[in-house]
Design a protein around this ligand. Sequence first.
Ligand code: G6P
Ligand code: MG
Length: 217
Amino acid sequence: NTKGFIFDLDGVIVDTAKYHFLAWKKLANSIDVDFTETQNEQLKGVSRVKSLEKILSWGNKTISEDEFMALMAKKNDDYLSYIDKMGESEILPDVPKILNHLNENNQGVALGSASKNARKILQKVNLISNFQAIVDGNDVSKAKPDPEVFLIGAKALHQKPENCIVFEDSVAGVQAANNANMISIGIGDKTVLSEADYVFKDFTEISIEFIEELIKK
Ligand code: G6P
Ligand code: MG
């Protein structure tokens, strides 16, 4: 039995959500817009362009196209300054255990992320060789909750969507998995990710037996 396991990156494999938060907060404050953790939650899984649009609308700001591009570049430069310092120690607990088990048992393993920095981050934390396919922000035109990113991932793994399992920490991502007709596994808070088929606080709560059940399903 072979299934396709598709992993989101930020907040699932590595805790980069905190770096996105710091970079967006700095940017928002630089244009006199407040930015809270609650607002940050709404940016999880959301593309860079859409995130800036939301921040501007929260702050009631309108800016020129040129300024928009400049702010996006500034945010990413700041974000990359954190990414450059990343290493294997920032892989979230028990992620390698699950990835190794899937690879050793010849399951399909793909990345499905909205980030254009996904490959760079996987290289930094030395996990890139665990993925048969990588679908990231450079490959998609429709953002989560649109299922596009996961459907491309399933295709790359030669799996039908209904035989794929998605790990996601964002509401938009869980919805994207559900819209793709895949099994959605939320990583994080049960109340936030209530639309997911299963929710776990993190991978330490996911047993090999549970993974084996998903493979047999
Ligand atoms: C992920 C993160 C978002 C981020 C998006 C784009 O979905 O959860 O917070 O905005 O990727 O990331 P990028 O690295 O391309 O700016
Ligand atoms: Mg995420």
